[in-house]
Every structure is written in C-alpha cells, then in structure tokens.
Design a protein around this ligand. Sequence first.
Ligand code: SIN
Length: 499
Amino acid sequence: MSTTESTNVLVIGSGIAGCAAALSAARNGDNVALVTKATHADETSTGWAQGGIATTRHDADQFKQDIIDASDNTADPNAVDILVNEAPSVIEDVLIETLDVPFDKENDEFAYGQEAAHSTRRILHVGASTGKHILRPFFEYLQNHQSVRIYDDSTALELITEHDTVHGAIVEDSNTSRVIFAGNTILATGGIGTLYPYSTNPSAATGDGIGMASLAGAQTADMAFVQFHPTAYAADDPDELFLISEAVRGEGAVLRNGNDVRFMPDYHVDAELAPRDVVARAVSSERSQTGTVYLDVSSFDFESTFPDLAAKCEQHDVDIDAGIPVAPAQHFLCGGVVVDTHGRTTVDGLYAVGECARTGVHGANRLASTGLLEGLVWGVRAGNDAAGKSATAVETPDVTTIDPQLPDQFTDAKFKRIQQIMGRSAGITRTRDDLQNAQAELRRIKGEIDAYARTRTSRSLYELRNAAVTALLITQAASETDSVGCHQLVESADPAPQM
Ligand code: SIN
C-alpha cells in the first residue's frame, strides 16, 4: 500500500533532539509528523544514556571553559555560549515543568553528579539510567499531543528534493510506503555505532541522517572525531557489551591494568577524570601492554550508589569485588551535518539536530553529558525555527516497491565488512595507509549497494547505504585531518587495535 500525506514539520528520529524539535514545532501550532525506526523509547541512544545531562549552575564561564578544554580547544565558542546560557531555562521548561523528570535529589536539592573533565558537580541524573527517565515521558507526552502524529517502526528511505530544497521524505513501515511532504524536515537520527564492531549505541544507529543529508548535498564537518568511551564492559561478544558510566569514575573508581597498577596518574594530571579521549587512549594502550584493564570500585559502595549498573554486572556474571573488566568502545560522533545556531543545514528545508548534527559545541572531543543537552537545546531551537511553513507537493523519487526477496545475507555481510573496516582503520589510533585502503574498499561496497537499490528496497538496504556513505565521510575526513582530540594518527608501523 502507498499513501501521500502533508505536514508542516517532519521530524526523523525520536531521541531527545527529535522529541524536543517535535515539541517546539507543535507548540508553535504546527502539525508535526515524527518518524522513528524505534517501537519503544528505550530503543534510541537517548534511551540508553546513563550519566545524565549537564547544566549550568552559577558557573557559565567555567562550564564553557570545561567544554573548550575537553575539546582540545577546537569547540566553537559561540555555539558553546548558546549551550551554557540556554541550559537552565530549557531544562526547567521541558524536562522539569513539562515532563516532570525525576532527577535525583538530596535534601530536596538536586544531587548533581560529577563526571570526567568537569571542574565541578553539574550533572542532573536519575541513577545511571537518565536517558530512559527522560525519553519515556517525552515519547508518551508526544503520543498524546493532538498536533503530533508518530509513525513508529518506520524508516525514512530518501529525502524528497527539488531545486536543492528538501520537501519531505519517503517513509516505509512493514506494509506501507508513505510520501510525506513537509514544509521543513528535521533530521534527528542519532549516531553511527553500527558502523563499528564494538559500540555502546543501539543497533538502529546506522548514520541515517548523515547519509541522507549528504546524498541531498548537505555539508558535513568534523567527521574524523569519533569518540570512544573508555569504560565499556570488556565483552568479547558485542551483544554483551554495556556501558559503565563515567559517573562511576566521578564517584572515585580507579582504573588498574593487568599488573594491578593504577596507571591514569602517569597519563594526565586529572588521572581518571581526564578528558575522555585521553582516558580511552590510555586504557587501549594498557590493555595492549598488560592484557587487561579493570575498574576498581572498592573505594565506595558501588551497589548502593549505582544499583542499576550493579544489576547489569550481576546479569553478566561480573564479580564486582574483583574489578569490572573494561575496554574502549565507539560511543559518539562529535561531527556530522553542518548546522547553524538554529539547526539549519546548508540545504533549504532541511535541519539536523542531536548526534547527527555538527553544531560546533563538541569540537574534536565531547565533554561528558553534554550530548543530551545539545540535543535538547538545538532540538527546541530547530523546532521553533522550522515551524510555520506549509508543505509543497513535488515530484517524488522512484523508490521501488518493497521486495521481500532482498537477500538478508547481502546486507548482513556488508554491514560486518564495514564494521571490520572501521574497527581496523578508524579506531582510537589510525594510520593514513589504513584510511586510504578503507576508502577504496568502502567505495566498492557503496557501488554494490547502489546497484541493489536500483531494483529493490528494504529498510536494511537503505541503512546499509547510509552506513557506507557515513563510513566514507569518516575515513576521508580522518585521512585529511591532523591529530587532535579523539582523532589520532600514528605511524604505519604502530599496531592499530581493533575497536
Ligand atoms: C556516561 O555515562 O559515561 C556517558 C555520558 C556521555 O556520553 O555523555
């Protein structure tokens, strides 16, 4: 079945940025269509977020400085100003007054958490499961909003463009193909974790917004800056991997190597609370040298401070008293689709917010717990800016009707290959040779995908195409960028660990 619909604003993606954009457009009186691959709030990166959302207390200048320092002095000061200045009011309005998120309190005051590279406690959190306590009520609020229509379990396959302007998207669920014309379209598709063998992201993080925007002619930037979280549970099986929040180090956990030696003081004056890129490289190096790294949580009561993480450790048979084995895993993309202070991309009618966007806030390395905040602030800004425009019906691209015969083996095999390529060539350390070879192979893979896409369509094929385009952008940017922040080039002779 196929349908044609029109809306003022089309939002693609339902993490905090997409929900915030939908909310603010709807508050302007617009009709909003929210398309999401998820069937439940917990299936998004926001739903998986642990540590929390940083906010400005009485320390805007210091918060700004912490962000810029963590970014290796590459963050855009104007974008950071917007973030720190708007944080308190937007958190109060959306998260507290509208959604009543139950942030942890002590004696009726917020119990602000500490994370790495923050010079003070400023993280609002709900245990170490903050994301789901934000997103579940957010999703429910929008489901009940009369101006918002949610299409879940639905994938945007292609943006509809005419004369360099985006007019909506072709969207597909298991039995319907929809043309949704929109006055403005907002991409909020999240991250890129599925491009890597080991990631803290849900499997839906296939770089969709970046792939679609780039194919529509939008600029991207800072694509070399893939952030690796230093402390994922060191599982051999990627499906067993889970994040151990930086908040655990904030409460005093220390990292020890295979010789039982605490090593972070040798790497950085702030030891375990150094910027994330520094800690990730140190953990990777110590694992290579001594075989293992573990998080020693014996200095405080881990079970009562982080009951949700303690429960996860128990589910995975991790003996907390012996230390939690950890390894770096892909976590966040600091770059993405270039946007201005209102989330506008370089293509008319197209906005991007959240992890798929590059606002300039993160530069070459993101400060902990600023991802949710950026998504919220830019989501609200983009929704406001995008509101008030009617859709125009234009000619639509010819997307072949759903073909159930598409061989899953093709997409599965190519995804695995992309993961191998990215793990080898675009991990914590990179060599120019590996990056060049990776680009050549990714181009071949992209050609094969394009050939399939001429005759068939399926969610996995379009996800694969987006993943291939995004992987190409990352490897290309990495080969053209000098080492800074989370992008580190090494000599060809150095071994590059598989990430
Ligand atoms: C964490 O809880 O360590 C992740 C927080 C973040 O990525 O900002």
